[in-house]
Design a protein around this ligand. Structure first.
Ligand SMILES: O=C(O)C(=O)Cc1ccccc1
Length: 307
């Protein structure tokens, strides 16, 4: 049975997402302490793939994932899922909110309950740990007084009591997760796909706008752009781009080839079906047929077949 790594321990949001990402095959889920550890297990071949959090509707992208995707051998995303995230508070039995002196969670979770913490636990010492379930496990071990975790953590750490539920500052928050594996055959285009790339561009006038123009000229919808520093080169950045379409689509292929010419480097991070299954809107001049017609026309011109 293929092994699939995820940000553990059991009871994380990433475990729930990874179960959905692997719902169509038999998989054994392997908890890892961090996202880089999970991705290293994919790179070394220890596991087939990993489920990782990539972006949250409130707190933005997960920097550890973006960095770990690009700072070593290439990996590609083959599937995405978006799940709602709600948070509960867990503590040892008998403890009241007023007695909580230390509260732990994943940094992304802490950022999404800032308002609640300020109101309900204004004096508590807030500790960032590797995941929401790691926080619950640490509370069960007596390291902290309270954990902010996924509601499902209550099933895994059953010695704990739930002190509060639904504490997120923004209701309806969602997080996007990717299933990532070593490069190989790509998922088939579905007409409702997303492509992710990471591009490094020079510190010169117009390079970013030229890069974006390659997409807009071909009617490609950019759904996310994010920059992260190239760590050993102050002032240089990697740009992470998500756009609608599959690398097998003519307009996407042409845009990627243009980016490869213009940018210092481009890393392909995958083409995979969008979680919302919304088909890409394609302008008439950018359709597959339009590209085929144009290629045939050009071939004819070059062969001297036109009057
Ligand atoms: O710690 C977890 O449970 C995770 O899966 C990471 C995370 C944290 C907060 C929101 C979404 C994902």
């Amino acid at each position: 049975m293929p092994e699939i790594a995820y940000l553990g321990p059991p009871g994380t949001f990433t475990e729930q997402a990874t179960r959905l990402l692997t719902a169509d095959f038999d998989a054994e889920l392997v908890p890892c302490e961090t996202v880089p550890v999970a991705l290293a297990a994919v790179r070394s071949g220890e596991v087939l793939a990993a489920g990782v959090p990539v972006e949250n509707s409130v707190e933005g992208s997960v920097p550890a994932t973006l960095d770990a995707l690009t700072e070593d051998d290439p990996l590609i995303a083959v599937k995405e899922v978006v799940i709602p995230v709600q948070f509960d508070v867990f503590a040892q039995p008998g403890m009241t909110l007023g007695e909580v002196g230390t509260v732990a969670s994943h940094p992304h979770a802490l950022a999404q309950v800032r308002g609640w913490l300020a109101e309900a636990l204004p004096k508590a010492d807030v500790r960032a740990v590797s995941s929401t379930a790691a926080a619950a496990a640490a509370v069960a071990d007596g390291e902290y007084d309270a954990a902010i975790s996924a509601p499902v953590a209550g099933e895994h750490y059953s010695s704990l009591q739930r002190l509060a539920t639904g504490i997120a500052d923004v209701r309806d928050a969602v997080t996007r997760f990717l299933l990532v594996r070593r490069p190989g055959t790509l998922p088939e285009p579905t007409g409702a796909d997303r492509t992710s790339i990471c591009a490094v561009i020079g510190d010169e006038v117009g390079t970013l706008s030229d890069m974006l123009a390659e997409l807009s000229l071909r009617g490609i919808n950019l759904s996310r752009i994010e920059s992260r520093p190239v760590k050993d080169h102050f002032g240089h950045y990697r740009f992470y781009l998500d756009f609608d379409g599959h690398v097998a689509d003519a307009r996407i292929g042409e845009a990627m080839a243009a980016l490869q010419r213009r940018c210092d480097s481009v890393r392909f991070l995958g083409s995979y079906p969008k979680a919302d299954r919304k088909p890409a809107s394609v302008r008439p001049g950018s359709s597959e047929q339009a590209f085929r017609n144009a290629a045939e026309w050009l071939a004819a011109v070059r062969a001297g077949r036109l009057a």
